[in-house]
Write a protein that binds this ligand. Structure first.
Ligand SMILES: *Cc1c(COP(=O)(O)O)cnc(C)c1O
Length: 356
């Protein structure tokens, strides 16, 4: 493909972020979360880069797990939502997967199931998404217990990204009380809990976003946290022009040039996963110089201000986000969260891997 849109994957950055997780939670095993195609980074690529340095990989569905197995990944793989249908139990056995159990239907399936699949029993302590009520802990664990089957116990915080939030402490207390006398390794913390809530680290942690070098905390930048973006999204200028003072840019002519000025057209748009709601002023790098998006982002292209880089020419490098321009900033400008921008970047852009 000659279109210059590229996603440049840096396995060394991913591995360095993993070490940052290890330093933050030194006593915990790591269930690396690679759902949603590893947050848009490519699940096989990420699993290979993490290699034997993670204890398990977490995915959303059997298809994601099978893609890993077919690529030769032999690490333990956990289905974070468990099976959606009973017939998936055979795939779980064939592909040697582990599974979350979070509802009564799955409980019935796994109670009858005769393979010793490792099960992660999930409790809902206040997020009110997946999990059994803490009051059911003894019953659920009792139903699933059998010789040779390993059970683990997990919950998920609603607001771990908010430092000091009382709900986190309450959720942890409810979890601890519910599982106090039950056997099984504990697993609670996502990225923001790893960073904000050391008491939640327990036997296992479940980092996602921070592995990819992105901060889950509004008030701390990734570089503050010692994280480096694993992916840099780039393209190039495919046209450069001078627009007279008063000239309008793009659909709806929403941006009017306050002076005669150079603008650049970038081969990257919302069809590549760039947020259409990123308004004029959203940062972008041209030849490493910080400048801004102008007007409306279009399907395959966007316009940028070249006043800070007056010598920019056709073919010059543009960074949409990544190294030098955190995706957190683009998310803020588009009124979303970095998670969404990463995931929906299952894009046309060609992936390039920096050699290890
Ligand atoms: C996605 C997910 C995570 C990872 O969350 P991050 O905020 O990306 O670290 C952890 N646990 C569960 C259950 C998840 O679904």
């Amino acid at each position: 493909m000659t279109r210059p849109a590229r996603a440049i994957f840096n396995p060394a950055a991913l591995r360095a972020n993993l070490q940052t997780v290890r330093r933050a939670a030194p006593g915990s095993r790591i269930l690396a979360i690679v759902k949603a195609d590893a947050y848009g980074h490519g699940v096989v690529r990420v699993a290979r880069a993490l290699g034997e340095d993670v204890d398990a990989l977490g995915v959303a569905c059997v298809e994601e797990a099978v893609a890993l197995r077919e690529a030769g990944i032999s690490r333990p793989i956990v289905l974070l939502e468990g099976p959606f249908e009973a017939r998936e139990l055979s795939a779980i056995v064939v592909h040697d997967l582990e599974s979350v159990v979070h509802n009564e239907q799955q409980l019935a399936w796994f109670t009858r199931h005769d393979a010793n699949t490792t099960l992660w029993i999930k409790f809902d302590t206040g997020m009110h998404r997946l999990g059994f009520a803490p009051a059911d802990a003894t019953r659920v664990v009792g139903a699933l217990q059998r010789p040779g089957r390993e059970l683990r116990l997990m919950t998920h915080f609603a607001s771990a990204h908010l430092a000091g939030d009382a709900s986190v402490t309450a959720q942890q207390q409810d979890f601890d009380a519910a599982v106090k006398d039950l056997p099984g390794a504990r697993c609670i913390a996502n990225s923001s809990a790893i960073l904000n809530w050391p008491q939640s680290h327990t036997d296992w942690v479940r980092p996602g976003l921070m592995l990819y070098g992105v901060s889950p905390l509004a008030e701390r930048s990734a570089s503050d946290l010692g994280l480096r973006p694993a992916l840099t999204v780039t393209s190039a200028l495919i046209a450069v022009k001078t627009v007279p003072a008063g000239g309008a840019v793009g659909y709806g002519q929403s941006y009017r040039c306050p002076e005669t000025m150079p603008i650049g057209i970038v081969a990257f748009g919302y069809a590549d996963g760039y947020p259409r709601h990123a308004a004029t002023g959203t940062p972008v790098l041209v030849n490493g110089v910080r400048t801004q998006v102008l007007g409306e982002v279009t399907m395959d292209m966007m316009m940028v201000d070249l006043r800070p880089v007056p010598n920019a020419q056709i073919g010059d490098a543009v960074v949409l986000w990544g190294e030098g321009l955190p995706v957190e900033e683009i998310a803020r400008a588009a009124a979303t969260i970095p998670y969404e921008l990463l995931c929906r970047m299952r894009m046309r852009a060609q992936f390039v891997e920096i050699p290890a």
